[in-house]
Design a protein around this ligand. Structure first.
Ligand code: ZN
Ligand code: ZN
Ligand code: ZN
Length: 132
């Protein structure tokens, strides 16, 4: 059982790493197929979040998406970047720019939930878009 668990974790981690955009639980389920059940995916994703391997993004569609962390660890799991959803191809990406948000004196930030929707680089450059 433990061995199987490790394989499942590795599978989920691989598909998160291979995906250039953030993925939802549904997308992962489709990729992994029947072999891994919903509850397991949920549990693995949450343990990755706790370990500082992935972070959760609440999309403007009300669904959660998961993306690989670049500079996080178990102790320091902090995200000050915006997430971007493309209205054309639908992918959700982490924007690389770290944002420094100035808060009023005495305020302390714990969670940053910035979300932008628009058109990604690929879609803005596509010929279809230029014709409009
Ligand atoms: Zn993180
Ligand atoms: Zn796009
Ligand atoms: Zn992100």
């Amino acid at each position: 059982m433990a061995k199987r668990n490790t394989i499942t974790k590795q599978l989920i981690l691989d598909s998160l790493k291979n995906s250039k955009s953030a993925v939802s639980q549904e997308i992962l389920q489709k990729e992994l197929g029947e072999a891994v059940d919903r509850a397991t995916i949920y549990r693995v994703l949450n343990s990755f979040c706790e370990d500082g391997i992935v972070h959760k993004i609440l999309g403007d569609d009300g669904k959660y998406y998961f993306a690989i962390c670049v500079n996080c660890s178990e102790k320091k799991h902090k995200h000050n970047h915006f997430h971007f959803r493309c209205l054309s191809c639908g992918k959700i990406e982490c924007l690389p720019n770290e944002m420094e948000v100035k808060l009023p004196e005495g305020y302390q930030s714990v969670n940053f939930n910035g979300f932008i929707s628009g058109y990604c680089k690929d879609c803005s450059n596509s010929s279809l878009f230029k014709q409009q």
